[in-house]
Design a protein around this ligand. Structure first.
Ligand SMILES: NC(=O)c1ccc[n+]([C@@H]2O[C@H](COP(=O)([O-])OP(=O)(O)OC[C@H]3O[C@@H](n4cnc5c(N)ncnc54)[C@H](O)[C@@H]3O)[C@@H](O)[C@H]2O)c1
Ligand SMILES: O=C(O)CC[C@@H](O)C(=O)O
Length: 516
């Protein structure tokens, strides 16, 4: 990785060790010492590596493809995975164009022959690209840049990309076609998709047979998009006139069946290898990882919603409130939660809601499982079949800002509401429709009782008898003489014996020890 990455980490006060070329075993041995791991494409972040990484919070990929990271395993462990989606796009697009020209004019073979003193002028008859049709498979960041360069070279561009809108195609000056039409018409084909279940072997033996005789093919995207054995046969038969691969089914490619085939050109995954691109991605990955580790900002994460470093300070108190509300519901309602509506109104409704929802889930799911954070909470919630809804209210309420968590249970909805005092201090304002103001902090006891004289005295006496000091005392009731709640913050541990004794006090309906 370009040394600028390490320089940025150090400038921002993060200790950094540069360890290029570690084996998997060496990485597994040391990964437990690190909060972040910055990688290029060669490092495989497998489940085994992640399992050995107790402290790891973030993996930053200085590049685009994250197929060298086990995203599911990282997510399950609560590790954020980020990439740098644009820093090497121009460079990779230029490599694709370079390989297209290398194929059109057989540059590597002509170079080798000339340097061998052969001067084979008649052997190397090329083709022009001007006026030819370029078939573009995948018109995202890199594909679009390739398209614009190809249009500049006076090529016609026919693109196959199910997600390409007609407006974008018009803007790029290219034609959107289906795959069969592209295969039938293209003089050159270049691939720019990720490797997914849909794109694996997109140039299969069957699809290669549908291409125009004499087609030339470039792949600077991912190995696995082309059937390498079928491509070799198509080159050998002369159906495909040339193929240039930067990426291979198995990398590092040491004994690919295509090696040595006439008309075949290869580079060792050099698509992103320019000094400009490597500086770009190194700077970007270091800035993103530092923002996350130091400020909680999240950009270009694969497994977590974005939260800019500028937004983070404003959202942080909301996320603290949301997490506390989630924890409160989880602890009081228990395992019975079937659905969760997260509602915001007032100032909260103006904000990016995803981090607030993520924090509610982290609080809630953390009461059911260990090591839960905003990365893995949504996955755990999904595994439990929890229905999640985000609701933004325009209305003006009693509070300038409000976050509510409405948990659906078999016994009906259970709703808690909270606000921020002075825009920063989280406060509960309503629990299960009973107004009660409380800081949710440290150890607390939640008590439901019948509103009757003498209860508070008995509660204080019992806590005193157990040498438990009361820090704050917050009361609310549904109606005079009806259901009442107490949220009592205490300085000393709440033992099971104390809980049992509190449950036996006259009028007590429920006692739940809480921890925030
Ligand atoms: N060789 C290298 O060194 C190098 C460098 C950078 C990126 N890459 C690879 O290049 C590829 C493209 O990167 P990008 O930044 O343009 O990604 P991108 O996400 O911006 O674009 C990918 C495009 O593929 C399209 N796509 C998805 N499924 C498709 C399908 N089934 N059929 C057709 N199109 C489909 C998407 O709609 C999208 O427009 C990625 O695989 C990336 O890893 C390689
Ligand atoms: O880091 C590299 O050299 C390759 C990067 C490339 O494959 C990518 O997906 O960004």
């Amino acid at each position: 990785m370009d040394p600028k990455a390490a320089a940025i980490f150090r400038d921002r006060g993060i200790d950094v060790d540069e360890k290029p070329g570690l084996t998997a075993a060496e990485l597994a041995e040391i990964i437990g010492n690190y909060d972040g791991l910055a990688i290029r494409s060669a490092t495989k972040v497998t489940r085994a590596i992640l399992d050995a990484s107790d402290r790891l919070k973030v993996v930053g990929r200085a590049g685009i493809g994250v197929d060298n990271v086990d995203i599911a395993a990282a997510t399950a462990r609560g590790v954020v995975v980020m990439n740098t989606p644009f820093g090497n796009s121009i460079t990779t697009a230029e490599h694709a164009i370079a390989l297209m020209f290398a194929l059109a004019r057989q540059l590597p073979e002509a170079d080798a022959s000339t340097q061998a003193g052969k001067w084979e002028k008649n052997r190397f008859m090329g083709v022009e690209v001007t006026g030819k049709t370029l078939g573009l498979i995948g018109a995202g960041n890199i594909g679009s840049i390739v398209a614009s360069r190809a249009v500049g070279l006076r090529m016609r561009v026919a693109a196959y990309d199910p997600f390409l809108t007609p407006e974008r195609a018009l803007e790029l000056g290219i034609e959107k076609v289906d795959l069969d039409e592209l295969l039938a018409r293209a003089d050159f084909i270049t691939l720019h998709t990720p490797l997914t279940d849909q794109t694996r072997n997109i140039l299969s033996r069957e699809n290669l047979a549908k291409t125009k005789k004499g087609v030339r093919i470039v792949n600077c995207a991912r190995g696995g998009l082309i059937d390498e054995a079928a491509l070799k046969d198509a080159l050998d038969s002369g159906h495909v006139a040339g193929a240039a691969l930067d990426v291979f089914e198995s990398e590092p490619a040491k004994d690919c069946p295509l090696f040595g085939t006439p008309g075949f050109i290869s580079t060792p995954h050099l698509g992103a290898s320019t000094s400009e691109a490597q500086v770009n991605v190194a700077i970007q990955v270091a800035e993103q990882m530092s923002d996350f580790l130091l400020l909680g900002g999240v950009s270009n994460a694969i497994n977590m919603p974005s939260l800019s470093a500028e937004e983070a300070p404003r959202l942080r108190p909301y996320m603290a409130l949301a997490e506390k509300l989630g924890k409160l519901v989880g602890q009081v309602v228990g395992e019975d939660v079937r659905s969760v509506d997260v509602e915001v109104e007032g100032a909260a409704a103006e904000l990016n809601m995803k981090p607030i929802t993520g924090a509610v889930l982290a609080g809630l799911m953390g009461t059911y499982s260990q090591s839960v954070n905003m990365v893995n909470a949504p996955v755990l919630a999904k595994e439990r079949g929890l229905d999640l809804r985000e609701i933004r209210h325009d209305r003006e309420g009693d509070y300038h800002t409000l976050v509510a968590v409405n948990a659906g249970t078999e016994a009906g909805p259970k709703r808690v509401e909270g606000t921020l005092f002075g825009n920063r201090a989280p406060r509960l304002v309503k629990i299960f429709d009973i107004p009660v103001e409380a800081e949710l902090d440290g150890q607390m006891i939640y008590i439901v009782n019948t509103d009757e004289p003498g209860f508070i005295g008995a509660l204080g006496t019992t806590l005193g008898a157990h040498k438990v000091n009361i820090a704050t005392f917050n009361l609310g009731r549904r109606s005079e003489g009806g259901e009442a709640v107490a949220l009592v913050a205490v300085d000393d541990p709440i033992t099971p014996e104390l809980s049992d004794e509190l449950k036996r006090l006259p009028g007590v309906l429920e006692v739940v020890p809480l921890s925030f």
